[in-house]
Design a protein around this ligand. Structure first.
Ligand code: NAP
Length: 453
């Protein structure tokens, strides 16, 4: 490869590594995104400029422009709650692209290069098939009856085994043809789809993260096939971060990855009913409670994203701080439906990062907190996770909001959260329920607080 191209690829790889590093903190995440975008631009420009064949460059430029336009429009238009399905779709396309590139480079290759190309075709296509199903399920365009789960899983495994056997045959066949590659990719995509079909829509973020790791690995393997260091580095970064994220999400949900993939929906409908009296409260009473508090912790959850109430949360925070109340946010690692969901929402409303305290840091503070305002969070505050052996939540670390002096929960009903279990917090003597859409409840709270002022 041209020396100038190698230098530019190294610059691009460095930008990728730094970008991922900066994504590690909400404060530097925007910078991380910019580094990654510039890294990708350098990589694309280098590839187009130094490509060995120039006869298709107009087509390549058009494709790059079209892809960039789709990316920009999606990033601007897609709602925060629909982000997991967008990631699923893009990830699937990445896996499919890696498989196609490997298929194009495979004829004529021998030894390790041939083996890696075949592996990439399987992994990339599997990720493609699985991601498309994940997208359809998250979009709620596809529902699968749980009674079909066992059959789908077994069929998926059989098709995958057939694909692997086919790949071994193709690796040793004297004159392998492109038809075989297409059949192999088709089988792997079908196996990915069959294995993903029985997984519950709400478990999809973990599955997407896993498929993302597979896409990264297939991209890295393509890099070996094409002797392209940048693809190896970028693919390895995606593979490693996808693997770490998958582990962290499973751990934070207190479930093994095998359980997520093989045991169907987390929403085991085995909820026990909770006994006790539900006490509701009105916005004016909540306003008084908050106004005369010294310390308030706001705990956001998935309902905040559904209600799109981040700006109203910020308004409440500003008003309380104006009264001299200390306001912090308690952030659970799996609050919402994707990693960092709450951080991104609150960043959108310009809530300062130093006000967002992670679970381990905020938990010791609840004891001396006057009021906890739970906004659309459920599972991540459910005390049953500590005691109810047999509950899908049992063992999951939670935000210990029940240790605070007063708890006010903003949600629409007594409805369950993602895990499908009742929450004893709602009948706790120190809890008051402010029923309604979080955006409306918070707007009412803002009006009341302004009146007090
Ligand atoms: P949750 O347990 O799903 O509860 C969300 C609550 O929000 C619901 O009980 C719902 O109650 C309420 N809600 C919905 N729309 C609302 C609205 N417009 N206004 C007010 N309230 C509304 O959410 P969570 O506490 O954030 O917990 C997240 C769950 O997702 C965990 O079980 C976690 O394991 C799982 N999960 C997370 C990730 C991740 O990466 N973050 C990935 C996969 C799974 P009402 O219907 O009564 O309003």
């Amino acid at each position: 490869m041209n020396a100038a191209a190698q230098v530019l690829y190294m610059i691009s790889a460095t930008l990728f590594v730094l970008g991922v590093r900066f994504l590690g903190s909400p404060a530097s995440a925007r910078k991380g995104n910019r580094f990654l975008a510039i890294g990708m631009l350098v990589a694309l420009a280098t590839t187009v400029t130094f490509a060995p064949r120039y006869d298709h460059w107009v087509f390549v430029v058009l494709v790059v422009l079209a892809g960039s336009a789709i990316g920009i429009i999606s990033a601007r238009k897609v709602r925060m709650t629909a982000m997991p399905q967008m990631v699923a779709l893009f990830n699937g396309l990445g896996g499919g692209a890696a498989a196609l590139v490997a298929a194009a480079g495979w004829p004529g290759s021998t030894g390790a290069a041939s083996g890696l190309a075949l592996l990439t075709m399987i992994l990339g296509s599997l990720s493609f098939g699985g991601s498309i199903i994940a997208f359809l399920k998250l979009q709620e365009w596809l529902h699968v009856a749980q009674r079909l789960a066992f059959g789908l899983r077994i069929s998926g495994l059989l098709v995958l085994a057939a694909a692997v056997a086919g790949a071994i045959f193709m690796g040793t066949a004297p004159s392998p043809g492109l038809g075989g590659a297409i059949a192999l990719m088709g089988a792997a995509a079908v196996s990915g789809a069959l294995l993903t079909l029985p997984i519950g829509g709400a478990d999809m973020p973990v599955v997407i993260s896993l498929l993302n790791a597979l896409t990264g690995l297939s991209a890295a393997a393509t890099g070996f096939v094409l002797h392209n260091q940048l693809l190896i580095i970028a693919g390895t970064l995606v593979g490693a971060s996808g693997t770490i994220l998958t582990q962290q999400m499973s751990r934070a949900m207190h479930r093994s990855l095998t359980n997520v993939i093989w045991s169907g929906q987390a929403a085991a409908q085995q909820a026990g009913s909770v006994d006790g009296t539900v006490q509701s409260i009105t916005p004016d009473d909540v306003a008084m409670l908050l106004r005369y508090a010294k310390k308030v912790v706001i705990v956001p959850g998935y309902g905040l994203a559904v209600a799109r109430a981040q700006l109203e949360v910020k308004q409440v925070t500003d008003l309380l701080q104006g009264f001299g109340v200390e306001v912090l946010f308690g952030i659970h690692p799996v609050a919402g439906r994707m990693p960092g969901h709450m951080n991104v929402l609150l960043a959108e409303a310009d809530v300062p990062y130093d006000q967002l305290w992670e679970m381990d840091r905020i938990n010791p503070r609840f004891r001396d907190t006057n009021v906890v305002l739970v906004v659309g969070a459920n599972d991540v505050t459910n005390p049953a996770a500590r005691t109810a052996a047999g509950s899908p939540l049992y063992g999951m670390p939670i935000l210990n909001v029940d240790e605070a002096q007063n708890v006010v929960v903003l949600k629409r009903s007594m409805g369950r959260g993602f895990a499908g279990v009742d929450n004893p917090l709602y009948v706790h003597p120190k809890t008051r329920m402010l029923f309604g859409d979080a955006k409306h409840s918070l707007s009412a709270l803002v009006r009341e607080l302004e009146t007090i002022a």
